[in-house]
Design a protein around this ligand. Structure first.
Ligand code: FAD
Ligand code: GLY
Length: 370
């Protein structure tokens, strides 16, 4: 007889593992099916910034509201995961220093000035906190709440804790087909078949095929990001340095993570020399001394983007047993806790904010295939 689960989850990245953790903790019998190794795809490529302010378009945006809610969830999650998995997810202090080189950039940043979490600093005050920074800036917005975590450690901690709550996680088990009939959903993998009451598709940028096979349109596409890490031979950075799409993040290990390129529709997960060169050039404009530092490694990951840059989180419009949690683009690490809670609440019939479900709904017009 086939094994039966309350919920099967396709994909063991940070989004799938967050859904698994929250559901297993709520008492559901959960199976996660991961094609490769847990957390080793896009999740491992991320810098780990929780950039609710830095990555958004201002506080009016739905992204800001959801991002802030998720950022706040990290407070408790960090403590819970330490307790439940024994893993420290290395949530840093310091936040992001989002720098401005021009008055125009300053004005754009200062649109956040009414927020108590945002502080404009003139160049001399930035220098006091970050002596490594270039002399070319005119100032920076300091956002202390936009801290960072280590993405793979978060994913691993969610995994270990989910297993502690009874979840079954199968690596090297790609899902090849989902069959629907009235009684149950049948999930076919390369190593067997299982049935489930509910199914969540959380296979990142590779979720598109499941939308299509389940009769839905979508606008998912990859935006490749290339990064480099170096060994910081100077004083530790007290804040992440951020400008446009370039950032320098201090890791506890003494490494600096430097990111990242933005290459739409590129499915290659190997970094190119040109990509790495571009990242180094930009980083050196922010922090000239970085050019002298020893290279640790370089890598690339595929951000799961949608045409409106919002994720898909919610139910299949015609089959409520099927849910999606995909398309988290530049912010899947930030949004993992709230996504896990939303998926849990939908499955256990708890209230979820209507405006969030509306913004992230499956089949929304702005995200339909062109
Ligand atoms: P993934 O981590 O890709 O997980 C999906 C999983 O599904 C994979 O493990 C894959 O093997 C599995 N899978 C695929 N097909 C199948 C199948 N058929 N059967 C079973 N399993 C399958 N976000 C932030 O919040 N902060 C950051 O600082 C940040 N920096 C980033 C920097 C870079 C360079 C990049 C590329 C991304 C960054 N992101 C950041 C974005 C973040 O990494 C992603 O949004 C997030 O990792 C998406 O997680 P996921 O679980 O949806 O996808
Ligand atoms: N959020 C950082 C990135 O996607 O590169």
């Amino acid at each position: 007889m086939k094994e039966h689960y309350d919920v099967a989850i396709i994909g063991g990245g940070i989004i799938g593992m967050s859904a698994a953790y929250h559901l297993a903790k709520a008492g559901k019998r959960v199976a996660v099916l991961e094609a490769n190794e847990v957390g080793k795809k896009t999740t491992s490529a991320a810098a780990g910034m929780l950039g609710a302010h830095a990555e958004g378009e201002g506080d009016e945006d739905i992204f800001f509201q959801v991002g802030r809610a998720s950022q706040e969830l990290y407070e408790k999650l960090t403590v819970d995961l330490q307790h439940e998995s024994g893993i420290d997810i290395r949530k840093s202090a310091g936040g992001i220093m989002k720098v401005a080189f021009t008055e125009e950039e300053k004005n754009a940043l200062c649109r956040m000035q009414h927020l108590s979490t945002f502080q404009w600093l003139e160049a001399n005050r930035v220098k006091e906190r970050l002596p490594q920074i270039t002399d070319d800036i005119i100032g920076a917005g300091l956002i202390e709440d936009d801290v960072h975590v280590e993405p793979y450690l978060v994913c691993r901690a969610l995994w270990q804790a989910a297993v502690r709550y009874g979840a079954v996680v199968q690596e090297f088990t790609p899902v090849i087909e989902v069959k629907r009939d009235k009684e149950a959903l049948t999930v076919k993998t390369t190593s067997g078949t299982l049935t489930c009451r509910d199914l969540t598709v959380a296979s990142g940028v590779w979720s598109g095929r499941f939308f299509e096979e389940l009769g839905l349109s979508h606008s998912l596409y990859p935006v490749k990001g290339e990064c480099v890490s170096v060994w910081n031979s100077g004083p530790a950075l007290k804040h992440t340095i951020y400008h446009e799409h370039c950032y320098i993040v201090q890791r506890d290990s003494g490494k600096l993570v430097i990111g990242a390129t933005m290459k739409p529709d590129d499915w290659q997960t190997v970094p190119t020399l040109g990509g790495v060169e571009a990242v180094i050039q930009k980083a050196a404009q922010l922090m000239p001394s970085i050019k002298e530092m020893a290279i640790d490694q370089c890598w690339a990951g595929l951000r799961p983007a949608t045409s409106d840059k919002h994720p898909y989180i919610g139910r299949h419009p015609e089959d409520e047993r099927i849910l999606f949690a995909s398309g988290h683009y530049r912010n899947g690490i930030l949004l993992a806790p709230i996504t896990g809670e939303i998926i849990r609440d939908l499955i256990i019939n708890q209230h979820v904010k209507e405006e969030w479900l509306h913004a992230f709904r499956i089949g929304r017009k702005e995200a339909s295939l062109v």
